[in-house]
Design a protein around this ligand. Structure first.
Ligand code: EPZ
Length: 461
């Protein structure tokens, strides 16, 4: 197992190119199950979760091949008569395996997907996914730990489907039901759909494949079913969570980073918080400088401006901080609110603000694995239920830390970049799930960070 060793206190300066989005890639790759024609995807990040999804698709008769000239381009070709079992050993390593449920049921008439268990960030039920599939006429049951979903004779039927839940809508549930509805008979209306940009990117791919979808990116998606889908080429949207993480990296090191291929329009809630903290965020689109208020464009205008297959503009954004950070309140919400996937990173920054900040988690109420670890670095944090009061300190101090979750680990790396002395972040495999070549990107802009074997640091500091 690997760890990162970070020698903190360096000011980051330079350029970071944002990779394609992990969370857009996963349901998009699953959509390849719905056609026998090739799907060509560009900007697919090289990550552990993507490798696991490729393994899962292979199990389902969908072969994935990496282009010889570009490690981020893959071709997916699915055998329509392939197996329909998503086995426990893969789904248990990657909950996002659930997103094959809709595509498999729609194209093969039946799906058997191992029921994902809880994970480090909470229970994570899939009841809304199943309610959505049942609304399309599918029979849903549980058999020896597997979810079994069977389309009725004659196939799935369009319906009005409500996908709201106790914590808002569901992103992968929306992906599943929207994908399945594409091949259902008649019209489906999804009410309380997730509005996340990754849903828009999936709808964009499905539309290129021949689907008829309106309203993706809004709480009401309308899908007119089609008989079949064809092949397509698609460039994955940039990863908004990776971009937000590097924005915080600039801020926490009192640095200046320019982010290329940055989905600025998808990050307005994060930009708003950073500006209130006192961080400068300056976007520029296609070589044109723009003030941050230009980011408040409506979605259609943004879409119209983009010449790529991705539905969002790819911006160059410069983030700069002259540290004296103001405290803020932040509450995680579904998009376009502040994302839960950037909560830990912002909390690391707020540890160094001048006063008390309040962080409330409303998507995954238990997602606070970083809190105790930040405490080991000298942060002052007081948690009560879904809220943490962050009382800013002058300096964080390096320590050995570990978090059993991707974004919590990212928060600890950021804290380590700012801390005095050496920080070791253990179990880097969590970061490898979601950040492409993180240590290389950070080193290139001045960080002292290296990947080492856990054994090398065992018993140290
Ligand atoms: C997606 O997970 C992302 N994963 C998560 O990113 C992200 O944190 C999450 O959306 C929220 O934005 C991928 O896209 C692969 P949800 P998803 O269903 O779709 C409750 C990361 O770090 N709920 O939108 O599984 C649920 O418990 C990961 O990259 C139900 O109650 O999340 C949560 O409270 C982690 N019943 C809320 O809804 C259901 O059937 C939102 O979850 C489904 C969800």
């Amino acid at each position: 197992m690997d760890a990162f060793v970070i020698d903190g206190g360096r000011r980051l300066k330079g350029e970071v190119t944002i990779s394609g989005s992990k969370n857009a890639s996963l349901p998009i790759m699953a959509a390849a199950l719905m056609t026998a024609e090739p799907i060509i995807l560009r900007d697919v990040p090289c990550l552990r979760d993507i490798a696991n999804m490729r393994r899962l698709l292979h199990e389902l008769g969908c072969e994935t091949t990496t282009a010889e000239t570009d490690p981020n381009e893959i071709v997916l070709e699915s055998d329509p008569d392939g197996p329909n079992l998503a086995p426990y050993d893969i789904v248990s390593t990657m909950r996002a395996g659930i997103c094959v449920l809709g595509p498999l049921t729609a194209s093969r008439g039946e799906a058997r997907v191992s029921m994902p268990g809880g994970c480090a960030i909470g229970d994570r039920p899939v009841d809304i996914h199943l309610r959505g599939m049942a609304a399309l006429g599918a029979e849903v049951s549980l058999d020896e730990g597997d979810i079994v979903v069977k389309a009725p004779r004659g196939g799935l039927r369009g319906a009005t489907v409500f996908l709201g839940g106790p914590f808002g809508s569901t992103v992968l549930g929306t992906a599943n039901v929207m994908s399945a509805a594409v091949l259902a008979k008649g019209t489906t209306v999804i009410e309380s759909a997730a509005c996340e940009p990754e849903i828009v990117d999936l709808a964009s791919l499905l539309t290129t494949m021949g689907a008829r979808i309106r309203g993706a990116g809004t709480p009401r998606i309308v899908i007119d079913g089609v008989e079949s889908l064809g092949g397509a080429e698609h460039r994955i949207m940039p990863d908004r969570i990776e971009a937000g993480t590097y924005m915080v990296a600039a801020a926490i090191t009192n640095g200046e980073l320019t982010l290329g291929n940055c989905p600025y329009d998808c990050l307005l809630a994060a930009v708003d918080r950073l500006e209130r903290i006192g961080v400068s965020v300056r976007p520029a689109i296609e070589g044109q400088p723009a003030s941050s208020s230009d980011g408040v464009t409506n979605l259609m205008a943004v879409t119209a401006l983009d010449s790529e297959s991705s539905p969002y503009r790819r911006s160059r954004v410069t983030v700069e901080s002259q540290r004296r950070l103001s405290p803020v309140q932040v509450t995680t919400q579904p998009h376009p609110g502040y994302p839960t996937d950037l909560q830990a990173q912002l909390m690391a920054l707020l540890c160094l603000a001048d006063g008390n900040s309040i962080v409330t988690e409303r998507i995954f109420p238990e997602r606070f694995l970083h809190v105790a670890e930040l405490g080991r670095m000298g942060a002052k944090l007081y948690r009560q239920g879904q809220t943490v009061v962050v009382s800013g300190v002058d300096q964080l101090r390096g320590a050995r830390v570990m978090a059993s979750e991707l974004r919590a680990s990212a928060g600890l790396v950021l804290a380590g970049l700012a801390a005095e002395g050496s920080t070791t972040v253990h179990r880097v495999y969590h970061l490898d799930r979601g950040y492409e070549t993180m240590e290389r990107k950070l080193s290139a802009v001045g960080a002292e960070i290296k990947r080492v074997d856990e054994e090398e640091v065992a018993g140290g500091s």
